[in-house]
Design a protein around this ligand. Structure first.
Ligand SMILES: N[C@@H](CCC(=O)N[C@@H](CS)C(=O)NCC(=O)O)C(=O)O
Length: 86
């Protein structure tokens, strides 16, 4: 399993759109840091500060010139497939 150190997924367990993303990660055999917004209020605050909303899933992508916050499960899965599909 590959670990993508530049990625964090904001999510929570019972969210079906989050499950869609976690399944894609599992299929692609990629591990990312999971930031559960219901278990850690700091993650919830950071998400709301960056996005202005608490909607998940959101994939945080670290670039050299700053962070990108990618919402929408279908867009996140497309990004992951494009980057990690073998
Ligand atoms: N179109 C979005 C839907 C995301 C969505 O509705 N997430 C729900 C949880 S499953 C949510 O965060 N709702 C709370 C809110 O939007 O404040 C996607 O596919 O990611």
């Amino acid at each position: 399993m590959a670990r993508a150190e530049d990625l964090s997924l904001y999510h929570y367990d019972s969210c079906p759109y989050c499950l869609r993303v976690r399944r894609a990660l599992s299929e692609l055999d990629v591990e990312v840091e999971l930031r559960n917004i219901h278990q850690d209020s700091a993650h919830m605050r950071a998400l709301i500060e960056a996005r202005g909303a608490r909607t998940v899933p959101v994939l945080r992508i670290r670039h050299e010139d700053g962070d990108e916050w990618l919402p929408e499960s279908a867009d996140i899965v497309a990004y992951l497939r494009k980057r990690f599909a073998r």
